[in-house]
Every structure is written in structure tokens, then in C-alpha cells.
Design a protein around this ligand. Structure first.
Ligand code: ZN
Ligand code: ZN
Length: 268
């Protein structure tokens, strides 16, 4: 059977969008990047929008939904998310209501839906949009889990993250950089709160304490431009893992997704 394919098209506050699928068809996770750009990136991997069977939305912050209007209205792509998230997109983003549009697909947290050879399960994450989910995607018994934009890892998210073979997990900020940086106090508080974003340390600690032999690749996502760097995120998480005698590059592959450019195309 066809391999599982993953590519990040962009990750962070400037726009989030990921491709997950195989060489024939697939899905987008989040729609925070303009459709012309996404079209170009899809073309680079031999696909176009006709090969996209659905767009799964994690939450209703603009960096995750900016292009949803074009994807739904111009391209008629099916959009999947919780009722609260879809309603919030309508209320805050569209002038007219789209709730009854045939492109809309309401999903419930912890219920699995199947599309062709893929299955999707949304799970709750702690963040400050109207509603917030991560996704576990299963294909050929491989579990690929996305958790972006979360201030802490609650029990529900934790059980999904621990089951993953491949994991996209937020490492938003370096704690010292945020503390000493130029952001106003209220923003610093928001980011570091339990409904804000995960720091490199929080992510490193979780991964090192919950490591198992199942996990093969970890992709750090949604890195802050102001309060983080790829080197810092990778080094911090790497140190946590190596302190538990987990050898990065041998026991698990670790990468940090770029904010503005596509990652490599990964095949598993
Ligand atoms: Zn975001
Ligand atoms: Zn967010």
C-alpha cells in the first residue's frame, strides 16, 4: 500500500497548514495559508485541490483559518471541525452564515470518522479559542497526531500523544526569551498560561517523561518568531530526551518545522 505522506506548508503565527495523506489523495490540517501558496506547494508534491478530500480545523484563531473562505467557497472543499469551532468561524469571519453549507462537517471530540483509508479522531486541547482540538490520524495502523496551540497537556491530549507513532507537537517559546522579551505583560501572561502555548521546556519535559519505543518522529511546531528559534527549541527538547538516555537521531528523529517555508516531504 501507498506510504503515509506528511508535509508542513507553514507553522506558526503567520499561518498554519499541513498536508497529510498518501501519493494519491490527502487532507489539510488547518487553513492559515493563502490558497495560491497552498496550490503551489501541492503541485510540488504532484497534487492539486482535487486530491484534497477535506480540511480539518484545530481552532478558530486567524492563523489557522485565514484561507477557509476560499477553500470552502471557491473550491468547495469539505471542512471538518467541532460545531463550536465552525459556528465561531461563521460568526467572526463570514458576513453571511455558512452553517448549513454542504461543505460543513461537524465532528465530535473522541469520535472517529473514516474517509477512504484514513481515520480522524479529534481530541480536546487547552487553548483560548472558542473550542480547540488536536487530531489523531490513523492510516495503515500508523498513528499520526497533531497538537498545536495548547497551554498545557491535559489527560485527554496526553493519552493521544502517548499513542503516536509520529507526532507534531507545539514548542512555542523559550521561557527566558519570553520573560525578558518586549511583549507586553498581558501577552506574556496569556502565552504562558494553561490556555496559551507550550514552551520548549514543557514540551521537552512531557516527551522525556512519556517516551516509549513506539514513537519514531517528533516535529516541533508553531515556534514563535520573537521568543524562540529552531536551534533553541531543538536543543532544549533534545536535552530533556538525552537526560533520560533517549538518543535523538537513533531512538527517535526530532525536527522543528519552519515558520514560513514548507518542510521536507516525509514518507513513512
Ligand atoms: Zn496559532
Ligand atoms: Zn491559537
Amino acid at each position: 500500500m501507498d506510504k503515509l505522506r506528511f508535509q508542513s506548508f507553514g507553522s506558526g503565527s503567520s499561518g498554519n497548514c499541513y498536508y497529510i495523506g498518501n501519493s494519491d489523495y490527502g487532507f489539510l490540517i488547518d487553513a492559515g495559508i493563502g490558497i495560491r501558496t497552498v496550490k503551489k506547494y501541492l503541485k510540488n508534491i504532484g497534487l492539486n485541490f482535487e486530491n484534497i478530500l477535506g480540511v480539518f480545523i484545530t481552532h478558530d484563531h486567524l492563523d489557522h483559518i485565514r484561507a477557509i473562505g476560499s477553500l470552502e467557497r471557491k473550491l468547495n472543499l469539505p471542512v471538518f471541525s467541532t460545531q463550536k469551532i465552525l459556528r465561531a468561524i461563521d460568526e467572526n469571519y463570514y458576513r453571511e452564515k455558512h452553517a448549513n453549507s454542504p461543505t460543513r462537517n461537524i465532528i465530535e471530540k473522541n469520535e472517529t470518522i473514516c474517509i477512504r483509508d484514513f481515520s480522524f479522531t479529534a481530541f480536546h486541547v487547552s487553548h483560548d479559542a472558542t473550542d480547540n482540538v488536536g487530531y489523531t490520524i490513523e492510516y495503515q495502523k500508523k498513528k499520526f497526531t497533531f497538537a498545536t496551540d495548547l497551554g498545557c497537556i491535559g489527560t485527554e491530549a496526553s493519552s493521544h500523544l502517548k499513542e503516536a507513532d509520529y507526532l507534531v507537537l507545539e514548542a512555542n517559546y523559550d521561557e527566558q526569551m519570553l520573560k525578558n522579551g518586549s511583549y507586553p505583560e498581558h501577552l506574556k501572561r496569556r502565552i504562558s498560561s494553561s490556555t496559551g502555548h507550550l514552551s520548549n521546556d514543557q514540551t521537552g519535559l512531557f516527551l522525556s517523561e512519556n517516551f516509549n519505543n513506539k514513537i519514531k518522529n517528533i516535529f516541533l511546531c508553531h515556534l514563535s518568531k520573537e521568543n524562540n528559534s529552531r536551534e533553541l527549541a531543538l536543543n532544549t527538547v533534545c536535552n530533556y530526551l538525552e537526560n533520560k538516555n533517549i538518543s535523538v537521531g537513533v531512538d527517535v528523529k526530532l525536527d522543528a518545522l519552519e515558520r514560513l517555508v514548507p518542510s521536507n516531504l516525509y514518507e513513512f
